[in-house]
Design a protein around this ligand. Structure first.
Ligand SMILES: Cc1ncc(COP(=O)(O)O)c(C=O)c1O
Length: 389
């Protein structure tokens, strides 16, 4: 199959495949199907495209003050989608999730402190901790009967270490697709409260929850438990616009917001991107129809994978995110061989599991926010590669 065809079918915006990264990670062959970046490989929401087109038609790309309505439109969205009314909380605009995590680590921990993370987990967390000269502290997820969970005894032991000062919680969890339940979040909050561990809840996938699961925000649970926390939200993953849009930092503690704002001012992180503002307001003002369709498509693509993946491959059933976490261990390939098998035999650019930590070895992540025909194509490629031995 011709590579250009693939990109056209995935999305008219072939940029989504990020050709430079494709080349770096997967050799750049034009017949490799790219499903590795956590972005919808689909036409994006028309209301966002319209808002960006309208904004670009206004030939004034200079300074623009952030509309005061951002906080209100975020809370209105949260209330409508998740029943979370947090209007009494503080919402601060931040250029990216990574920026927020970096700044929060800088402000609430010291060099040499330990920061808990729960691998296999999103690739940026560990480098963010390391570049801040903090130590990643692994609270590896458990994997029992095909389902991931939190090892609370281990978490309590890690949190009790005197140098442990913070934790990055990923809810919903990228890449394993767990949407943490209330009782799990309560246990995390209780442990972190007991040991005064500051929790950074990365909730950037909050909107991407598959029925019957529901998103439970960590903040209210943490506040009730007396845990110090800040949560990160934004429409960047939901609507596939990480390249343009800002994010939000949410906290119940005015001093955390003030500290964050001071650093924002110090390093001029407050400089606005006029398109980012337009996209953010359009996203949270949208009626959610596009997102509902995305979630339906994700659920049906997950069902397709569960039914059609060739033996011995197995889908870990996703509760949230549009990412499928697939168990390839039955193939018996070691880490470099699986990574190579995926692109050289199956002609698929997936994120090999070891990118997310050693706990991910033998797995790979596939973005399934894509037309059903593309997922069928991916399954066919996997089947041919498995059959070829
Ligand atoms: C859990 C999680 N956090 C953060 C990000 C990246 O956010 P940013 O690019 O704004 O740093 C991603 C991207 O996939 C993600 O999955």
């Amino acid at each position: 199959m011709d590579g250009d065809d693939i990109l056209t079918r995935l999305t008219p915006n072939a940029q989504a495949a990020d050709p430079a990264s494709m080349k770096r990670h997967f050799g750049g062959a034009s017949d490799v199907l790219p499903l590795w970046i956590a972005e919808p490989y689909l036409d994006l929401a028309p209301e966002i495209i319209a808002a960006l087109q309208q904004r670009s038609a206004v030939e004034w790309y200079g300074y623009e003050t952030r509309p005061a309505a951002i906080g209100a439109s975020f809370w209105s969205w949260m209330e409508r989608r998740h029943g979370w009314d947090g209007a009494e909380l503080t919402a601060v605009v931040s250029p990216s999730v990574g920026t927020s995590i970096g700044v929060l680590l800088d402000q609430h921990t010291e060099p040499g402190d330990g920061v808990i993370l729960q691998p296999p987990v999103f690739t940026d967390f560990k480098p963010l901790i390391r570049t801040a000269h903090r130590d990643p502290v692994r609270n590896s997820l458990t994997f029992t009967e095909g389902r991931y969970g939190i090892d609370f005894d281990d978490l309590a032991a890690r949190a009790a270490e005197p140098t442990t000062r913070a934790m990055i919680l990923c809810n919903p969890h990228n890449p394993v697709g767990r949407v943490w339940a209330r009782d799990e979040l309560e246990q995390v909050a209780a442990i972190c409260s007991e040991h005064d561990v500051f929790v950074i809840a990365d909730e950037i996938h909050a909107d991407l929850v598959l029925a019957p699961h529901t998103f439970t925000p960590f903040g209210p649970i943490a506040s009730a438990a007396g845990t110090r926390w800040a949560a990160i939200h934004g429409p960047i993953k939901t609507f596939g616009m990480a390249g343009v849009c800002d994010t939000l930092l949410i906290t119940d503690d005015e001093s955390i917001a003030q500290q964050f704002n001071r650093t924002s001012s110090q390093f001029h992180l407050t400089r606005n991107n006029v398109f980012g503002l337009a996209a953010l307001v359009a996203a949270y003002g949208s009626d959610g129809t596009w997102l509902d369709e995305l979630l339906d498509l994700t659920a049906s693509n997950a069902a397709l994978l569960a039914a059609e993946l060739p033996e011995p491959l197995q889908l870990v059933e996703p509760e949230g995110t549009y990412l499928a976490w697939i168990d390839f261990r039955g193939l018996g390939l070691d880490v470099p061989d699986l990574a190579e098998w995926l692109w050289s035999s199956a002609r698929l650019a997936l994120s090999p599991g070891h990118w997310f930590g050693r706990e991910g070895a033998g797995f790979a992540r596939m973005t399934i926010a894509a037309p059903q025909a593309v997922i069928e194509d991916a399954v066919g490629r996997l089947r041919s590669a498995v059959d070829a031995g």
